[in-house]
Design a protein around this ligand. Structure first.
Ligand SMILES: [Zn+2]
Length: 399
């Protein structure tokens, strides 16, 4: 367990862009802050040093409370040879759907909730009606905290049914939902409620543990993941930087980061293609990967920098390519992911076709979220029934 307190860490928010330090979520220069790990451990923690992501507590600003928060992370890293031909490389899958609420968000939420408990807060909040809201509602409930989740006022009731089971304060808000990211951070600081938004320092600190888990097991040539707000890409990049700084990987072993968006909403990929320094807001179209459709990503420029600094890419793919990747992950690998997660596989396939990722490259794909918390909108033909006496012939026909 770590022996530092959150007070030691709260002064350590640092800006990746200008190097300034500060508290809160954002630097005076406009870019997001993150929390430095000081010192970076020079050895991997033993596998039994803590459960799940808390094995890496020495990299984190807080220790977990008892209960569900302690069960986050420690997800399997699986060889996916059956998808090698489709992807075009040697594929491994980091299965983040195995987290308590089915997504990578639990890592950042766990650290945020643990820090809130340590600081004596009774309420935590977030701006989300998807995986992040579900994660905050569940882990807050498990830690005895109240969660407040701000959702758009036009969200269909069916979309928040999963969320409601944890009985958070669900607050529909009218007006520009995108502005709520900033408004909620300001309100949170004013009234002393930690807002665990997409890229706040505590969330990024927790989510970096995914790459610590990967690198403690193997050092791939590349890591591929979907990108939306840029918070998770920032977390992965931060994990890589800390591992390099601590000597846990060598300079020439840093995996390349490939980030993927839906073509209907790809502000970070647009900036990458255009050689732009910063990510600008775009007018989005409709996409099945709606949970990564952020037209104005608060950590967009940081994610863009992460890709460039690791000699990686930011690309985007069509909904048809995403649908096919969903199908491949389900039928060839047995993993049910939401379309946003499958975006990474569709993007990887295109990178391999273009020769940017090579056939013998070892790649880890981060499967960010499960399909099981989503509704199914597919038209399914239910097979006709058969008499009980005929089940033998049906099975025999499959042999
Ligand atoms: Zn700055």
């Amino acid at each position: 367990m770590s022996d530092r307190s959150l007070d030691d860490w709260s002064i350590d928010g640092r800006c990746y862009a200008c190097g300034s330090t500060g508290t809160g979520a954002r630097c005076a220069c406009g870019e997001p802050l993150w929390l430095d790990t000081r010192p970076v451990p020079a050895d991997w923690p033993a596998p039994d040093e803590g459960s799940g992501c808390w094995r890496f507590a020495r990299f984190l600003p807080t220790d977990p409370p008892e209960g569900m928060v302690a069960g986050v992370g420690g997800t399997p890293l699986l060889r996916a040879a059956a998808l090698d031909d489709y992807a075009g490389c040697r594929l491994h899958v980091k299965d983040e759907t195995a987290n308590p609420t089915g997504s990578f968000k639990d890592r950042g939420t766990a650290v945020g909730v643990a820090a809130a408990c340590e600081a004596g807060s009774e309420v935590v909040g977030t701006v989300s009606h998807g995986n992040m809201a579900l994660s905050v509602a569940a882990l807050a409930a498990g830690a005895g905290l109240t969660a407040v989740t701000f959702v758009p006022d036009d969200v269909p009731p069916a979309r928040i049914a999963n969320l409601a089971r944890f009985e958070p304060e669900i607050v529909p808000v009218a007006g520009d939902y995108g502005r709520l990211y900033h408004d909620s951070l300001a309100v949170g600081e004013e009234v002393g409620v930690p807002m665990l938004n997409s890229d706040v320092p505590l969330r990024v600190a927790g989510q970096k543990t995914v790459v610590l888990e990967i690198l403690a097991e193997r050092t791939p040539d590349s890591i591929v993941l979907p990108v939306s707000s840029g918070g998770n890409a920032s977390a992965v990049w931060k994990g890589l930087r800390e591992c390099r700084r601590g000597g846990l990987i060598n300079d020439d072993e840093v995996p390349t980061l490939h980030l993927v968006q839906s073509a209907a909403c790809d502000p970070i990929a647009t900036a990458y293609r255009n050689g732009a320094e910063t990510v600008e807001r775009i007018d989005p179209g409709e996409t099945i990967a709606y949970s990564i459709a952020n037209p104005d990503p608060p950590s967009g420029t940081r994610a863009l920098t992460a890709a460039r600094e690791t000699d990686g890419t930011v690309s985007s793919v069509s909904d048809d390519a995403i649908r096919e990747a969903v199908r491949q992950l389900s039928t060839a690998f047995g993993l049910a992911v939401e379309p946003s997660s499958a975006t990474a596989l569709a993007g990887l396939r295109a990178l391999c076709e273009d020769g940017i990722v090579e056939t013998d490259d070892e790649v880890v794909l981060i499967a960010t979220g499960t399909a099981f918390t989503e509704g199914i909108d597919a038209d399914i033909d239910v097979p006709e029934s058969i008499p009980r006496e005929r089940i033998g012939e049906r099975v025999a026909a499959l042999i």
